[in-house]
Structures are given as structure tokens and as C-alpha cells.
Design a protein around this ligand. Sequence first.
Ligand SMILES: CCCCCCCC(=O)SCCNC(=O)CCNC(=O)[C@H](O)C(C)(C)COP(=O)(O)OP(=O)(O)OC[C@H]1O[C@@H](n2cnc3c(N)ncnc32)[C@H](O)[C@@H]1OP(=O)(O)O
Ligand SMILES: Cc1cc2nc3c(=O)[nH]c(=O)nc-3n(C[C@H](O)[C@H](O)[C@H](O)COP(=O)(O)OP(=O)(O)OC[C@H]3O[C@@H](n4cnc5c(N)ncnc54)[C@H](O)[C@@H]3O)c2cc1C
Length: 659
Amino acid sequence: MAVDHAAAEVDHLAAERAAARFDVEAMKIAWAGSRHAVDVADRMARLVASDPVFRKDNRTMLSRKDLFKDTLRKAAHAWKRIVELRLTEEEASLLRQYVDQPGYVDLHWGMFVPAIKGQGTEEQQKKWLPLAYKFQIIGCYAQTELGHGSNVQGLETTATFDPMTDEFVIHSPTLTSSKWWPGGLGKASTHAVVYARLITEGKDYGIHGFIVQLRSLEDHSPLPGVTLGDIGGKFGSGAYNSMDNGVLRFDHVRIPRDQMLMRLSQVTREGKYVQSDVPKQLLYGTMVYVRQSIVADASKALSRAVCIAVRYSAIRKQFGSQDGGPETQVLNYRTQQSRLFPLLASAYAFRFVGDWLNWLYTDVTQKLEVKDYSTLQEAHACTAGLKAVTTSATADAIEECRKLCGGHGYLNSSGLPELFAVYVPACTYEGDNVVLLLQVARILMKTVSQLTSGKQPVGTMAYMGKVQHLMQSKCAVKTEAFEARALRMAVNCAQNIGQASNQEEGFYERSPDLLEAAVAHIQLIIVTKFIEKVHQDIPGHGVKEQLQNLCNVYALYTLHKHLGDFLATGSLTPKQGALANEQLGKLYAQVRPNAVALVDAFNYTDHYLGSVLGRYDGNVYPALYEEAWKDPLNETVVPEGYHEYLRPLLKQQLKLSRL
Ligand SMILES: CCCCCCCC(=O)SCCNC(=O)CCNC(=O)[C@H](O)C(C)(C)COP(=O)(O)OP(=O)(O)OC[C@H]1O[C@@H](n2cnc3c(N)ncnc32)[C@H](O)[C@@H]1OP(=O)(O)O
Ligand SMILES: Cc1cc2nc3c(=O)[nH]c(=O)nc-3n(C[C@H](O)[C@H](O)[C@H](O)COP(=O)(O)OP(=O)(O)OC[C@H]3O[C@@H](n4cnc5c(N)ncnc54)[C@H](O)[C@@H]3O)c2cc1C
């Protein structure tokens, strides 16, 4: 009986796939970026999926200690495979992605190495990078403190130069100056890039980066003067608990002068502070790099959740049966489509804006090499804003996908609780999203104030140069409505701030509106980059049409969701708003037959998805049933504790009833 049922479901997804009106293989290329990208990702995903060391189906049932040890084991095994198979940097990074377990390696490769690359001199890079590349040292990024995270300039750790010994003395003067949160710090790292206030000749020169050894390379014990450990369990079972986020205190720890990262500024042998002729903001360069990679990761997390929800919605049936006939696939409900398809469209939107941001970052980096700092502000605004908007949307979307999967979405075996728990801190780390959007808002206000001086805005702010036109026109064209909305919201904020007694006070008072203006500006960028993508030559039967459809869904859904902004700024009329909503309904109907194929194009293995609901073959019910029996609670029929707590209770009730 169960077997027949399962077979019917497998057929069901096959029918969905057959109904698609486009070439899925070609869409895989459009999603991944190239044939090469598809092939290499496919190879790495399969390599991980076929290796028993990388199994993760039991992860949520492990104790914290076992989970951490499992992470160490996986990281060591991954490194072994990378060396044995002589994998390229691209292959190695994909392999780590598919292992899919947060761990110290993320910070080692993701922040420690980039910090040395970005802020170390050539000499320092030559000394430290080979050690890091061969894992002879393990590094983390120790910036945040117990008392300060967002306010980097408020950090308290000190690095005082001692000219007698040619050393810096690293010290944590207060409890709140304890480093708190750095990933990999708690148990694994031997070294850290530590951010501290540089003090020399009695003067405080503010925050600078230092390479500090924390643990012995012989026996891993903390070096003298170093106190460190893990900060404790985090949200969700499994999830981010595989990471040893740590606490670190220094008691007058001495490091050689040449362990200050000296690309941006130096301290001489005599203790003189010398500032290089580069902008101070380059100190924040590692954060810019990581923020752009977080945008790319948003589309990965979102597409995983959407893949699970779309496939399961095609399998799940509820209501609609007459005379014992088949019930309706929940994917056919208009409400399910209107909740799910915008998320599918967002996954594609974030993927393409992530690619563009990666291009922008590379371009800015090349310009910095030749001391052209003109695009630094653009890089900061785009990475900060896109990081904030895409992570917030993705976190909300994963939770929505859980609800879209009904009760079964709440089971760990659906993969969604863990995906959510791992993902949500992205709204906080690498810059709290509100703090980052306020950075964008500051840049918007600066740009508006320069409009009257005739300075033409450039890059993603260029549309603001069309101020005369956008402030007056009624907008018929989609992008123009987005431009008008963003510009008018920014100009409104600027005018209101202008009425305050001073600029800072005005900014403070208007910050909730500024936040919304920043979101409007960033959504314009996402829509624009999606449109630019679909205007490119995209090969493959029906691929361009599907992407055009999804682009329209993303734009019209965003418009519908923020209709209040568009109406309040007069960027659209109520009639246009209503028409957009009408159109959206029609677009969903076009997405429907292609939905399963559109998530197949992400090309995720069942191992990477880690979800019984999102299985490629759609064989959901037997898998759910089987999975339940693996729970440790089911190891015995009568639970532990029965004799202690249940039996006496039941016996007592029996006695009472006899009285
Ligand atoms: C591998 C992945 C796993 C991820 C793990 C997560 C790891 C982490 O979380 S690491 C810790 C991350 N921490 C943060 O992100 C902290 C967030 N805070 C900040 O970035 C800063 O404190 C910030 C930007 C809010 C304020 O900076 P601050 O210097 O105090 O003041 P502010 O006046 O706003 O900025 C000064 C100038 O620098 C510019 N600026 C600020 N940040 C940047 C930047 N990143 N790039 C370029 N310019 C910048 C501002 O636009 C401003 O320019 P202008 O003077 O022209 O107006
Ligand atoms: C899982 C995880 C991993 C991390 N990994 C690392 C790491 O590897 N290395 C590292 O150095 N750090 C790390 N961090 C720390 C992280 O970067 C900080 O937590 C983050 O920058 C936010 O800072 P905060 O905790 O000080 O938040 P707070 O600034 O205290 O934020 C608290 C609230 O205040 C609001 N707020 C703050 N300032 C303003 C303002 N100016 N205007 C309006 N509202 C404001 C925020 O929006 C938020 O709602 C990690 C954090 C997490 C959760």
C-alpha cells in the first residue's frame, strides 16, 4: 500500500517536470553563470554527498560537544580531500560550501586571510599567508567586544607601543572590552586578527588591526596572559552551534611591532605614527568583502528553502476531492502561489544582483590597486545596503517557506528549522541591518545635498541626477516608478532634516523614514540589475522568457508590498497600483507549470538540501515515516524515565480511583 502511494508521488514530480516550458539544463547555466560553473559545482556537490564522513542527517540530535567534534572531523576530512585531489581554490571553496556546517574554516578563509591580504604589507603577506594557506596556523577575526559591536570606533581593547622592547602590549582594560562573538575563536584558532586602539607616544590613534597568537602551536593551550573560551549555546538545535564563537581577554600580552597590520598606517621603531596616503575607511575593507559574499550566500539560502517548499507543495494535497477523487495539490492554491512565487523570484533576483555586486567589488579592488578611491563610497553603500535587504528578506522567506510546508515544515527532517537557525544571524553579523541601512541613508542624504551644487551623482545613485524629471513626472514605466519612489523618499527626508535645528538631530529624528528611503534605493538596484540581466543574450529554449517572468514578478510584488510608498510619493496612481496587482496574478499562473523545473535549475543534491520534504524524487511520505524512527526517543519502546516518573504517577491515579 505504502509503496504504491510512494510510486504515485514520484510520478507526480515527473509530470511537473514534463510540464515545464523551458530547457532546465540551460537554466542551470543561467543560474550558475557558466557551463563550467555548473560542472564544477555538480562535481563538488556529488563528492561531498557520496562521502559518509559528510553525513548530516543526524546533526540536530548531537550534543554540543559531539557536534563540535563532528565539525572538526569534517573540516579535517575536507582539507584531506582538498590536498589529495589537488583541488583548485574554486573547487575547494565549493566543497566547503557543500559540507554545509558552520565552522572555524569559514572565518579562517572568509575573514582572517582576507584581513591580512587587505591590510597587511607585502612583507607581512609573504610571512603569514603561506602559513594560513597550509593550515599551519588557524585564524579568526576578533573585532566585536562584549560592550561594542556596531560601533567599531567604540572598541576598548588597547595596543600600546613599548619603544623599549619594540613591542605592542595588547590589553583588555575592562570586562566590556572582552572580545565576544568571533567565530572559531572559542576552541579552534591559534591566531587572530585583533582590532584594538593603537596608543603610541601617549596618543590614541584609534582602531587598528594586529596579528596575535592565542594558543600554543605545540599543545593548543592558551599563551600566557590570554584567557579564552566559547560563549555558549546559540539559537536552534544543530545549526550555528557547530561554530565555536568565542570570548577572549588579554592581560598585557606582548607582540612584536611588525605584527601590526601596516598597509594603511605604520608605527616606526621610535614609536612615530605614520599614516599612509590611503583613506582610513580601508580599515573596514574586510567587512566590505564579507558583506558582498553574504549577498551571494543569501540567494543560496533562499533558493534552498524555496526548492523545498515548491517541491513539497507539488506533492502535498489538501481538499478539493469530490466523490473520492484526487485532492488538490497545494501548489495550485492561488494563496500558496502568491506567497511562494515572489520568494522564487527573489532567489533569482538576489542571485543576479549578487553576481553584479561581485563584479563591482572586483572593479573597486582593481581601482584601489592604482590608488583610485573614487568608487569606495559606492562599494560601501551597495555592499551594506544589499547585505541588509537581502539577508532580512531571506530570513523572513525561510520562515515563510516553513509555514508553506504546514506542520511537516516544523520537523527538523524538513531541513527548514536548521536552515532558518543558521541563517538568521546574517541579519546581525557583519553589521546589524538597521545600522547598515542608516549608512546607506547617510550617503543618500549627502547625494541629495550635492544635487543643488550641480555635482552629478554616479553609479547606482546616477538616477538621482534626473531630479527635475523624476520629481514631476507621472511614471508609466516600471523602473521609473522605482526611481521616482526612491528619489522622492530621499528628498522628503532631506527636506525634513533641513527643518531640524541641526543636521545630526534631524537625522536622528527622521531615522525610521531614512531606513525606508534606504530600502527603496536598494530595491531599485535589485530591480535594475534583474532587468539588465534579462536584457542580455541568454541561450536556451524558453530560458529568457522564464527569467523575464520572474523579473516581472519580483518588481510587481515589491511594488505591491510597498504600494503605500509609491502612492504617498505620487510615483504611481491607485489605478496603476491595482493594475499591477492584476498583472501579478496573471504572472503567477505563468510561473505555475514551470515552478518545479525552476527550482531544479538550482541543481541541489538531496544531501545539500538536507530535507525529506524537498527530495528530488518527491518520495516524501515514506521518507518522513522512516526518518521519525531514527529519533533517539524511539530507540526504546518504553521511554527512559518511565519507571521513575510515569509509572508511579499512573499507579497513584489507579489507587486514587479505587478509593
Ligand atoms: C564568513 C562569513 C561569516 C560571517 C561572520 C560574521 C563576522 C562579523 O560579524 S565581523 C564583525 C562585523 N562588524 C561590523 O560589521 C560592525 C559594523 N559597524 C561598522 O561597520 C562601523 O562602525 C560603521 C560603518 C557603522 C560606522 O563607522 P564610523 O567610522 O564609526 O563612522 P561613520 O561616520 O558612519 O563613517 C565614517 C566614514 O566612513 C565611511 N565608511 C563606513 N564604513 C565604510 C566601509 N566599510 N567602507 C568604506 N567607507 C566606509 C562612511 O560612509 C563615512 O564616510 P564620510 O566620512 O565620507 O561620510
Ligand atoms: C553568529 C554571529 C557570528 C559573529 N561572528 C563574529 C566574528 O567572527 N567576529 C566579530 O568580530 N564579530 C562577530 N559577530 C558580532 C557581530 O558582528 C555583531 O554582533 C554585530 O556587528 C552587531 O553588533 P552588536 O551585537 O553590538 O549589536 P548592537 O549594536 O548592540 O545592536 C542592538 C540593537 O541596537 C540597534 N542599534 C545599534 N546602533 C544603532 C544606531 N546607531 N541607530 C539605530 N539603532 C541602532 C540595532 O539595530 C539592534 O537592534 C558575530 C555575531 C553573530 C551573531
